[in-house]
Design a protein around this ligand. Structure first.
Ligand code: FES
Length: 81
């Protein structure tokens, strides 16, 4: 099981953590990855100036918005599972 941590710190919350989480949840379901990926909330990841910060299982931090969430999920997560 690989973890994706979505920052729910105050800066990221304002920029749309909740929407990003909902999009990721739908994509996990759509791609049948419920047994491969777990979605977690995280406190501040130290990248507050970007969009919503997301940490991949190998500690790579990505900056994600609701508009880029699907693209990044398919480009940065799926190929590395
Ligand atoms: S609040 Fe999300 S990186 Fe700081």
């Amino acid at each position: 099981m690989k973890s994706i941590k979505v920052c729910i710190g105050s800066a990221c919350h304002i920029k749309g953590s909740y929407e990003v989480i909902e999009i990721f949840k739908e994509l996990i379901k759509y791609h049948n990855l419920e047994n491969d990926i777990e979605l977690l909330g995280s406190f501040c990841l130290g990248e507050c100036r970007q969009s919503v910060s997301v940490m991949r299982w190998d500690n790579k931090i990505l900056s994600v918005s609701k508009d880029t969430a699907k693209y990044l999920f398919e480009k940065e997560f799926i190929p590395y599972i």
